[in-house]
Structures are given as C-alpha cells and as structure tokens.
Design a protein around this ligand. Structure first.
Ligand code: ATP
Length: 270
C-alpha cells in the first residue's frame, strides 16, 4: 500500500487557487522530491500531506486514512515535519531540544523516563556532530546549527515518514551535503519514507528517487530525476534555460545556470 495517496486535490486561499487537481502516490521507503518555482504551491502541498490543512476537493490518504482525520498526537508518533527554521528561540539547550522529539511518546503516566531515552539522545548528538553544542541554548546558535538541531529532534521522534520543507536552507555546501547524507543514511538503516521540498535541483537529482515538478499549483511531470531534469521541461517553468550535464561520479543530471543575455530581463543588458 502507498504510504501517501493524493487524489485529485485542489485548494484555494480566498479566491486564489494554489493547488489544482494534484494526484500522486508515494511508496514506503522512497525519497520523493517536490520542486518548482517560488509560489508554485510546494509548501501548501506539504501542509496537506502533514494533515495541518485539508483540501477543498479531493483527498489525501496517509496509510489509507484521511490525513486531517488523524489525532495530532497519533500522527506525531509516526510522522515528523521539518519546516524552515522551525525551532522556537527559547531558552532550551540543544540536548533538551533534541529530547523534545520524544514528547509524542510521553503521557501523564510517564511511559518513557529521561533515562530510557538518554542513549538515543546521546547517539543522535554524536551522529549530527552536536556534542560540543549540547549544553548551549538554541538562541545562541547559527542558522545552520539550529537546522541540525531541528533534524536531531526529528530523529529522536523516530518517524516512519519525514516531511522536509527546504531542509538545506541556511546550510553551507558542506552541511547541505552532510544533511542529505544523514537523511539517506537514516533511510538505509530504518524503514523511512522522505518527502522533501527542495529548491536546489542538483541536490534533488542526487538524492531523490523521484521528483514532482510543480508550476502554478499544477503538476508538470513526475518521474525519475533523469526524466524531469531536462532543459526543455525546466525552461518554461523557471523562465531560464539551464545547461544539463551528467554528474561524473553519480551519473545523475546536474544543472549549470546560464543567462541568455539576448532575452535577459535585467535592464541595461544587451
Ligand atoms: N495561508 C495563505 N493564505 C493565502 N495565500 C497563501 C497562503 N499560503 C500560501 N498562499 C499563497 O499560495 C501560493 C503558493 O504558496 P506556497 O507557499 O505553497 O508556494 P511555494 O511553492 O512553497 O513557494 P516558495 O518556493 O516561495 O516557498 C502563493 O501565491 C502564496 O502567496
């Protein structure tokens, strides 16, 4: 069974349609990327997948059940969402913040004691190279460090489904790669499905099994990176024609940006 099934979903905010007749499925264990220009509806789609929002028409099923009908706590026991800069700037330390990922598993009977989860938390801090920052409060971290802590919190949650909205924002190229490698590594060790909104088409092509390309709330195409990262498909969507080459090591398509000076929209260019 598909872990996610989206059937003919449409959504409007007031009079503006942001998603129109969107349908696709995601299989367990896949890394599924959502790409498209600014304002094309990627985050709106992710909100429907996470059950935060509900479609006006059509339906979103998570393991066969309507997404927004799940009680939030039940959903949090198997789904985790990483939003852009999702950590509140409170006075919690890095270690406390990562441990907060266990909240959906605690109740007033105190199912899990701090001692139960301590080895898991320490393992995550070590894996994400956060040990030296463990006792620092999150308001005293850089944007990139905060993003790593946010990932650590999700790892502590041990979800089966991970939704990521621009996970590499604020990260330098070293950590961008590291973040995607951690996620891939995690996927190889545990049964985890990943759905990621990515602006970086090269990272998307390198790490995702399939890509969904969106434009103005509609699906342009869904396919393997090789089928989607094509200058003919990307040009009308992004209004620029990238050069597409094959990665010399991974054999996946990669893009080089190329300004067409004759058709440049920048004033003064010829
Ligand atoms: N809560 C809201 N109320 C009204 N309009 C909204 C709301 N959320 C999003 N929109 C509009 O819906 C459209 C799609 O936005 P969305 O954030 O889903 O796009 P996106 O593809 O994630 O964009 P970006 O790449 O810039 O993050 C935009 O025109 C946006 O202004």
């Amino acid at each position: 069974m598909a872990i996610i099934q989206v059937d003919n979903v449409s959504k409007a905010y007031r009079t503006q349609t942001v998603l129109e007749q969107v349908s696709f499925t995601v299989k367990p264990g896949e890394c599924f990327g959502i790409i498209g220009p600014n304002g094309s509806g990627k985050s709106s789609l992710l909100k429907l997948l996470s059950g935060i929002d509900k479609p006006d028409t059509g339906r979103v099923l998570l393991e066969g059940r309507i997404a927004h009908s799940y009680p939030r706590k039940q959903l949090a026991q198997w789904m985790a969402v990483l939003e852009q800069d999702s950590l509140p700037p409170l006075g919690f330390t890095v270690r406390e913040m990562v441990a907060m990922g266990r909240y959906p598993f605690q109740n007033w009977l105190g199912d899990e004691s701090a001692a139960d989860v301590e080895p898991l938390i320490e393992h995550i801090l070590q894996r994400l190279q956060l040990e030296v920052l463990a006792d620092r409060t999150v308001d005293r971290l850089s944007g990139g460090e905060r993003q790593r802590v946010a990932l650590g919190k999700l790892m502590a949650q041990q979800p089966r489904l991970l939704l990521l909205d621009e996970p590499t924002t604020y990260l330098d190229i070293g950590y961008q790669l590291q973040m995607m490698e951690w996620i891939r590594d995690w996927q190889q060790k545990e049964p985890l499905t990943v759905i990621a909104v990515l602006h970086d088409l090269n990272l998307a092509a390198q790490y995702c099994d399939r890509l969904l390309l969106m434009e103005a709330g509609r699906i342009v195409t869904i396919g393997r990176p090789r089928e989607v990262i094509h200058s003919e498909l990307l040009e009308p969507v992004y209004h620029t024609r990238p050069i597409v080459l094959e990665h010399p090591v991974y054999e996946v398509p990669q893009i080089l940006l190329h300004a067409d000076r004759k058709n440049s929209r920048i004033k003064g260019e010829d």
